[in-house]
Every structure is written in structure tokens, then in C-alpha cells.
Design a binder for this molecule. Structure first.
Ligand code: ZN
Length: 365
């Protein structure tokens, strides 16, 4: 599959414009027109990861942390990053990074963390964007109304609040003249054709627009499908950093710590707060989210689960009576490999491999 096709699919669900301005996401090294068969997913890329990719004939590495972050004025082998970029290009390996756009997006890293922990009905902790909505209008011959409507709904179009399959249909007459080299489903070359058609209109959020259009075209009988896409002023669901969820049963802070250790398969986490506190509402920010403890407290959370808690932030959290669980930056984000693999596994024609390199710079002794 062409790299640009894979990127189009990824970015229809995890658009680059969700990322913070300071971030650096997207295709950082590579040729959009190259063919990709094998993909390596990993938290970040260092020389060991690139060597692992070369050994496994990988065409594309997908990382969470941006491979290129600081501005570079030259790319040469005297500099470590330059050497790695040179190695990637020499070995025909592309590198794509999805960072804060993947943290923020629906079904991204924070949502994966919530599902892994069994925290249900989570909401966004800090709203950063509101989803852009589109109106999709497609003209369908009367024989294929149900088929196209079902394809649109199955791909996720037509959701309004707690209602699915929302659409509006109006009847009319479509006209077209098939030209040379066309292969019309209805009509003959060079003759003006009039066909009873129905215009189906439905609403589609940006993140699934690409998939909805593909499904619609597959279900439609015409060689050239006539459709319109309008950007709407109506706003869709909010997306943003972190998640917050109300637990079904209260548990103690200590029980919650043990649950996290088990689910993340780690032996050691740091906790700020009273281990006997009853926890009813949890906030999660994967990676470096410790500075959001006040926001989590204001949102009614009893605990913030995150990484990278600094000493003075820990003191401040204690002072305002906020519990914080610091699972470590690495351990809240190494699950990126699992989270993105679930999505990529649905893309036919590529093999996805999770990196075996241990990237945690810390050891517990
Ligand atoms: Zn991170």
C-alpha cells in the first residue's frame, strides 16, 4: 500500500491539526509515494529501534514521540539525529510521528488507557478542539437508496446525539451524458440520460469523513459518483487532553494503585496522598500531565493518574488535598504500541510489528 494512502487513513481519524502548535507530527522522514508492507510501532525511535527496523525489513516506523523535535539546521552524520535520519533514508525507511494529536483524539492514547483500566463513560478533562462537522449529499438511483444509506450509517455517518442513521432524502431527476471512455451503469455513450434519483443528505464528523466517502463510493453503482461536501458551522463533540471518569464502585487509593500496577504490568509507582482515601472519580493524563492536578481537582476528580510528577508539584498537590498517582512517563505511554496497533490492524495489506526494544531510561534498583 502506498505510504500516502496509509497516512490519509491515519489522519482521517487522528488529524494533525489536533496537535499542539509546539508539537511536530506527521511524516517526518520519507517518500509519500513509497510502497509500505511492514510497519514497526514504537514509543520513540533511537538507533536500536532503527536497527531493529532494518533487521525486520520495515518500510515505515510509527512513533508517539516526535523523532525530530528541535529545529535542525543541517543533516549530517556528525550529529546523532543527522546520522539516524541518514540511516533511515539509506535504508528506505519512512518515519511518521503522532504525538499530541494522538493524545487528544477520540480513540487515541488517553482513551486506550481508560479502556485498559476499565474506566467507563470518560469525558475530556481539558477541551482543546471541537470537532468539525460536514454535510455530505450524494445522488443515488432509486434502486440503490437502502444500500447507500446503510453503507453511510455503517461507516458512522448520521450520528446526532443519541440517534444513529440520521439522514434526509429528497427526490429529483439526475441528468448526465456519458462521454468517450466512460463505462456507464445506466445510459449509452453520447446520449443525454435522465434518471430518477434521490439526494441523501447526512452529517459526518471530520475524523471519519474519508472512511464514509470510501464506503459510500463502494456501495454506489455509478462509475462517477456525484456528491457534495459542505463544512458546517454546527460544532461536534469536544476533544482534548486527558480524560475523567466516574467509577461504578468506590475503591481506595491503594486499591487503585494496585489495579494500575497490574494492568500496566509494573512493580513500582509513586503516590501523593492518603492511601485510604475513597476514590470515586479519576482523571488521567498520559505522559507528562502532572501540572494538570489543579484542573483535575476543579473537575471533581479524587485522583490524577499521570507521569513525571515533580517534587514541588507533589507538595502543592498535598497542600490542596489532591491525590496523584505517578506511573512514570514511559509506563503511561509504552501502551502506544498496543493502542495504535488496534487501529492499524484494520488497514488491509500491511503487517504491523510492535518493537521489542526496551526504551525506559530508568531502572529501579
Ligand atoms: Zn510522552
Amino acid at each position: 500500500m502506498l505510504l500516502k494512502t496509509i497516512i490519509k487513513k491515519i489522519e482521517s481519524k487522528y488529524p494533525l491539526n489536533l496537535a499542539y502548535d509546539w508539537d511536530n507530527v506527521g511524516l517526518l522522514v520519507g517518500d509519500f509515494d513509497m510502497n509500505v508492507e511492514k510497519v514497526l510501532v514504537v514509543l520513540e525511535a533511537n538507533e536500536k529501534v532503527i536497527d531493529e527496523a532494518i533487521e525486520n525489513n520495515i518500510d515505515l516506523i510509527i512513533t508517539h514521540h516526535p523523532f525530530i523535535f528541535k529545529k535542525m539546521n543541517k543533516i549530517n552524520t556528525m550529529d546523532l539525529k543527522g546520522k539516524l535520519i541518514h540511516k533511515l533514508i539509506k535504508n528506505d525507511i519512512a518515519l511518521y510521528s503522532m504525538h499530541t494529536n494522538f493524545d487528544i483524539a477520540y480513540d487515541g492514547l488517553n482513551d486506550y488507557f481508560m479502556k485498559l483500566m476499565g474506566f467507563e463513560n470518560s469525558k475530556v478533562l481539558e477541551v482543546t478542539n471541537t470537532e468539525t462537522l460536514y454535510k455530505l449529499a450524494v445522488y443515488v438511483p432509486t434502486t440503490h437508496i437502502d444500500k447507500v444509506k446503510n453503507a453511510l450509517a455503517d461507516a458512522g455517518a448520521g450520528h446526532i446525539g443519541n440517534y444513529s442513521h440520521c439522514s434526509f432524502s429528497s427526490q429529483g431527476v439526475g441528468s448526465f451524458k456519458p462521454l468517450d471512455n466512460s463505462n456507464p451503469y445506466i445510459g449509452s455513450l453520447g446520449e443525454l440520460e435522465l434518471v430518477e434519483e434521490v439526494k441523501i443528505e447526512t452529517i459526518v464528523p471530520q475524523r471519519i469523513l474519508g472512511g464514509v466517502i470510501s464506503s459510500m463510493i463502494n456501495a454506489h453503482p455509478y462509475e462517477e459518483v456525484a456528491y457534495d461536501i459542505y463544512k458546517l458551522e454546527n460544532k461536534g463533540n469536544s476533544v482534548g487532553l486527558g480524560r475523567i471518569s466516574k467509577l461504578q464502585d468506590n475503591i481506595t487509593l491503594e486499591e487503585l494503585c494496585n489495579k494500575i500496577k497490574e494492568k500496566l504490568n509494573i512493580d513500582h509507582i509513586r503516590v501523593v496522598g492518603n492511601l485510604n482515601d475513597k476514590i470515586n472519580k479519576v482523571a488521567v493524563v498520559t505522559g507528562s500531565g502532572a501540572d494538570m492536578f489543579k484542573k483535575a481537582k476543579r473537575s471533581g476528580a479524587d485522583v490524577l493518574i499521570t507521569g513525571d510528577m515533580k517534587y514541588h508539584d507533589a507538595q502543592d498537590a498535598l497542600d490542596i488535598g489532591m491525590n496523584v498517582i505517578d506511573c512514570g512517563h514511559f509506563d503511561t505511554e509504552d501502551i502506544f504500541k498496543d493502542a495504535i496497533s488496534i487501529y492499524l490492524d484494520d488497514i488491509k495489506g500491511i503487517e504491523v510489528i510492535k518493537s521489542n526494544i526496551n526504551l525506559n531510561p530508568f531502572k529501579i534498583v
